[in-house]
Design a protein around this ligand. Structure first.
Ligand SMILES: Nc1nc2c(ncn2[C@@H]2O[C@H](COP(=O)(O)OP(=O)(O)OP(=O)(O)O)[C@@H](O)[C@H]2O)c(=O)[nH]1
Ligand SMILES: [Mg+2]
Length: 302
């Protein structure tokens, strides 16, 4: 049997649907998803099998014009993901088309895409009319020489099978990189922290989700088979702490319940989740916070 295996980087603007696509390819929720931009902060690997090919998908943070250290580190991680991959898939939102942000990404691709297979995936086709897709496909292929174009809905699954089949043929021959049954390559404590951050992002408004981070502080396996997980939510201001806690602690309680439910499903066992909110005005400038997130602090240097 000739096996194949390779890395496939999913890149695109924030909110393009990269994490949704990764989860669909893997068949499990490995990467968090919200309707807000800049949800994913680091590279997240999910593994899928297709015939004799092992596809290692690399979800990346969205590409945007960075302002803060964290933004710069995120964008660097995303381009780094593309540079390390065998195949790059650029996701574009069908209803938004070629935005300024997309134009900047195409410029970047003219460097990083050199000598690499780059496919275009126009996502969220459920949101537009078929005629629009034709025009958009042409426009994008005029701007960059993509190896192939796919019209997909990561959320509903349209076109995803075709993309997967095609990718299975593109990755190089070689031994599999992970055990056949592995679906993610991310420490469990990090997946757990991400789940809590997703629930916080869904509940909190404006800038707050971008100014907090979640870390798993302690993970204890209990004799009864359950896990006790302690996490810290770092925020930058006292006022933020109050908002995260909510009136009579209602917000943090709801977040904790939602995150715990998802963790229990993922781990298939009982979880005791304890969340603590700490004010740490300078966490966005602390290198340890970046390594916890899976980012390189130096990448954030201006
Ligand atoms: N209508 C529709 N919505 C989609 C589709 N794919 C993803 N979405 C939605 O788009 C939003 C963003 O999805 P994500 O997967 O978090 O996007 P992302 O590219 O990972 O975003 P960042 O991590 O912020 O860069 C979510 O609300 C998804 O449910 C799709 O095919 N159709
Ligand atoms: Mg994402």
């Amino acid at each position: 049997m000739t096996t194949r295996a390779g890395f496939i980087a999913l890149i695109g603007e924030p909110n393009a649907g990269k994490s949704t696509l990764l989860n669909r390819m893997v068949g499990a929720k490995v990467s968090i998803v919200t309707h807000k931009v800049q949800t994913t902060r680091a590279r997240i690997r999910g593994v899928a099998m297709e015939g004799d090919s092992q596809l290692v998908f690399v979800d990346t943070p969205g590409l945007f014009k960075p302002r803060r250290r964290l933004d710069r580190a995120m964008v660097a991680a995303a381009w780094g993901g593309a540079a390390d991959a065998d195949v790059v898939v650029l996701l574009i939102e069908a209803h938004r088309g070629v935005t300024e942000g997309v134009e900047r990404i195409l410029e970047g691709l003219s460097e990083i895409g050199k000598g690499r297979t780059v496919a275009l995936a126009i996502n969220k086709i459920d949101k537009v009319q078929a005629e629009e897709l034709l025009a958009l496909t042409k426009k994008l292929n005029d701007a960059y020489e993509f190896s192939e174009t796919f019209l997909i809905s990561a959320e509903r699954g349209h076109g995803v099978e075709d993309l997967r089949h095609w990718l299975a043929e593109q990755v190089p021959e070689g031994p599999w990189l992970y055990p056949e049954d592995q679906i993610a390559d991310l420490p469990m404590r990090m997946i757990a922290a991400e789940m809590t951050r997703e629930k916080l992002t869904l509940r909190l408004h404006q800038e707050l989700p971008y100014q907090l981070t979640v870390e798993t502080e302690n993970w204890e396996e209990r004799k009864d088979g359950s896990a006790k997980i302690d996490q810290i939510i770092y925020v930058v201001r006292d006022g933020h702490k109050g908002i995260v806690l909510g009136k009579r602690g209602e917000t943090i309680k709801a977040v904790s319940q939602a995150a715990r439910a998802e963790l229990e499903e993922f781990l298939d066992r009982k979880v005791h989740l304890f969340l603590q909110v700490k004010v740490r005005p300078n966490w966005l400038e602390e290198s340890e916070r970046y390594s916890e997130m899976g980012l390189d602090f130096k990448d954030g240097n201006a």
